[in-house]
Design a protein around this ligand. Sequence first.
Ligand code: BG6
Length: 497
Amino acid sequence: MTNPLRHGDPRLPSLPPACAVVIFGATGDLAGRKLIPALYNLHVRRLLPTGTVIVGLGRRDLGGDEGFAAEMRARCEEHSRTPVSDPDWSGFASSLRYLAGEFSDPALYTRLRERLEAEPTTGGNALWYLSVPPSAFPTIVENLAAHDLSDEADGRASRVIIEKPFGRDSASARELNGIVNHAFAERQVFRIDHYLGKESVQNILVMRFANGIFEPVWNRNFVDHVQITVAESIGVEGRGKFYEEAGALRDIVQNHMLQVLSFVAMEAPSSFDAEAVRSERAKLLKAVRELRPEDVVRGQYAAGFGDGKAVSAYRDEADVSPSSEVETFVAARLRIDNWRWADTPFYLRTGKRLPKRVTEVAIQFKRVPHLPFSYAASEQLEPNVLVMRIQPDEGIALRFGAKVPAPRVVIRNVQMDFEYDTSFQEAPAEAYETLLLDVMRGDATNFPREDAVDASWRIVEPVLESWQRDGGATHPYESGTWGPEAADQLLADDGRR
Ligand code: BG6
């Protein structure tokens, strides 16, 4: 028998070389809620390469490395998906470093460089995580270049990770790319859309392309329409200032939802090579027709209930204008102009303060061409639906009609279910764990390429422009409901629900 330990666990990737993970904005919300807990969990899973150091940079003086470690432990205790244990934490904390300073101050980069040179275990490899508002990107990127930190001389890796939003529209996204590409080659740039790191999103491609039975029906001949839903029960949670600038169309639709759409609708790549996969995703997005304002409904949450408690309206949130028209809900009908999907509508729906947190893709198939059963027997029969549950309860369900055990024919809808939890006995990792490891390995498969970002802006831009120009109705909806009625009407107009 072969020794499985010799070959390692096939579920685990080969470990990349050690590096310095440098986080700009390390005292910010994202770092404390997602990035540091993700790195900690990689450490717990023994996936963080030995010798890796994590350097936090922020404006606040936290009292050096120890102060930073103490603050990050508190954040991990709050947000880590596995409980923080003393032995694991002490190993992890020994890799934490902190530098305080202004990102516009060149002296900070001189100190950073010296600090990194004093870390022999990283082999000079570095990841620069820009967890800062986009307005801070140019100064950081220019300073990295000016201090010789962006080049990959002597075989060392230097990769920059940029958080969304990638601009506010295509012009600003191109400008941002221009700035970044001035210091970094495209292969060094990793734009993070954390939805691409979710196991259940990555599984869409495996389900479609590793199985023979789905692809033949995955097209306009068999699919009636597709619904993609990203529902959240939370409100803007103290991010009123950001939300007033962004709105749901920019925050969720332009990136997360269009990326998920590209997984659902793209053609099969010839290999799982990063460029082959990214090219197919970008090709699909380029085939999506630009949205027209009449295909989009926007809504904004009013007071109501959230998670069983009375909650206030969006307009009463901190840093939100009392007369704001910014949308916290979007429903859209979208078309893809290619042979596979011509005339097949894709309905997207996202909102905050909806009744529950659920992200799913529903592929609704056409009805049978002729039903040989009586109306009484088949009254309750619904068309087949394949639901890919992205979160929570990650899994896949197929609905079909079955005969109720009885001496006559009566048909009911039943469901076949696959659940990650029960099939694999473990909960999927957090998206940021997967994506950080991908960047360490230099694998760009799960990161949107520049042309895909550009294509997504092109899709939503006519609507953004029209809202800015003409206003356009923002429908209020009570918190804790499924959004404005006008959104249901969008489907009802097409005879769907
Ligand atoms: C972020 C948005 O990108 O995604 C947030 O800015 C949103 O507004 C979040 O709440 C949703 O992520 P997830 O992984 O919880 O679905």
